[in-house]
Design a protein around this ligand. Structure first.
Ligand code: NAD
Ligand code: DAU
Length: 344
């Protein structure tokens, strides 16, 4: 089978490309990525010489380019990871989130209808469900939880989900959607919480914790997200949504303290800073449908996945040091230094 994987130079898409290229040598994986600030060809290095892998630079929202690509390549399956993915950036500048996350998705969907793609998979997020209260640990997001978004990012992702489901109902496109909780693992861009803590702590820099640090996220190792998508793409029922998560809820403060302890760094690095606007309180996934219908089980817990991830960042300093020494500095200046969240 020939797969188009979009956003494969980013964090999760990159891990998925590695997983697929190595697990299925008989399948062809075409990685399409615009190489925005978040895309990094260094992430693709481990597979770039494999015969079943090819990289194409391009924008999923560029209609002419996408239709030309589909005309030439005859894809069987499309897995769409490409997106603007950072909530804080969406609060500063929502427009590109609409362009890439919504219009990019509809462009791909149109091409899939025209070229009779056998399966379109949309990589979505638990953030489309909004948040849960902190004092109701009995509540979880199921696939039936209403969409109730908080940020421009999650609103754009929810809009895309609605288009995906509409293309199934209206045009009969064979689609599936996965909605996963927070991922962590190798190749995670250091603007996101866990790699931000690791990279800053290793440099003895302050760790900015938004608000009180009591917000809860449900952490899943990226490898387990990849196995879930693989199962859904191959065996999931058309038109269905599958939640992905492994019941690893932690407050942000617990996450920060765990990483600092593992790195043997002092908690005095923690600095409480102005809260994120509209900050979601708690995410928690109920993955029962994926487990019972498709037999998915995560391989890692937070306690086994975090030390491995820290070790990866220690072993691959060049990968993240190249990022934080480049254009990322302008982002950090604007989002942290100018807002009084951290010193230079
Ligand atoms: P990321 O920001 O690390 O990577 C996104 C990739 O998409 C980058 O390589 C970027 O260059 C590429 N891209 C952006 N705009 C593009 C465009 N217009 N055309 C082609 N490529 C483009 O993101 P990530 O964290 O790997 O997330 C991947 C997907 O998974 C996203 O759709 C996100 O919503 C979803 N998701 C992420 C998480 C998480 O915890 N990170 C959890 C659930 C779902
Ligand atoms: O739940 C899935 C989502 O997880 C994905 O859809 C998003 O693409 C992904 O970025 C992630 O969103 P979050 O906003 O949860 O992740 P982030 O790493 O930005 O923040 C995690 C928590 O940590 C959140 O409560 C905000 C807080 N935080 C974050 C940063 C960057 C801090 O306290 N300080 C920080 O400097």
């Amino acid at each position: 089978m020939k797969f188009l994987v979009t956003g494969g130079a980013g964090f999760i898409g990159g891990n998925f490309v590695h997983y697929m290229v190595n697990k299925y040598p008989e399948d062809m994986i075409v990685n399409l990525d615009k190489l925005t600030y978040a895309g990094n060809l260094e992430t693709c290095k481990p597979v770039e010489d494999k015969p079943n892998y090819k990289f194409v630079k391009g924008d999923i929202a560029d209609r002419e380019f996408i239709f030309d690509l589909f005309e030439k390549e005859h894809f069987d399956v499309v897995v769409n990871f490409a997106a603007e993915s950072h909530v804080d950036r969406s609060i500063e500048d929502p427009e590109i989130f609409v362009k890439t996350n919504v219009m990019g998705t509809t462009t791909l969907l149109d091409a899939c209808v025209k070229y009779g793609i056998k399966r379109y998979h949309q990589v979505s997020t638990d953030e489309v469900y909004g948040d849960l209260p902190l004092d109701r640990p009995d509540l979880f997001f199921t696939e039936e939880t209403p969409l109730h978004t908080s940020s421009p990012y999650s609103s754009a992702k929810a809009s895309a989900d609605l288009f995906v489901l509409a293309y199934h109902r209206t045009y009969g496109l064979p689609v599936t959607i996965s909605r996963c909780s927070n991922n962590y693992g190798p190749y995670h861009f250091p603007e996101k919480l866990i790699p931000l803590i690791i990279s800053r702590a290793l440099n003895d820099e302050t760790i900015p914790v938004y608000g009180t640090g009591e917000n809860v996220r449900d952490w899943l190792h990226v490898y387990d997200h990849c196995t879930a998508i693989d199962l859904i793409v191959r065996n999931g029922r058309e038109g269905e949504v599958y939640n992905v998560g492994g019941h690893n809820e932690r407050t942000n403060l617990q996450v920060v303290k765990t990483v600092l302890k593992a790195l043997n760094k002092p908690e005095s690095l923690i600095t409480f800073v102005e809260d994120r606007k509209g900050h979601d309180r708690r995410y928690a996934i109920d993955p029962t449908k994926l487990e019972t219908e498709l037999g998915w089980q995560p391989k890692y817990t937070f306690d086994t996945g975090i030390p491995m991830t820290i070790q990866w960042y220690l072993d691959n300093k060049e990968w993240w040091e190249n990022i934080i020494s480049g254009e990322y500095q302008n982002y950090f200046e604007k989002m942290y230094v100018e807002k009084g969240r951290a010193e230079k």
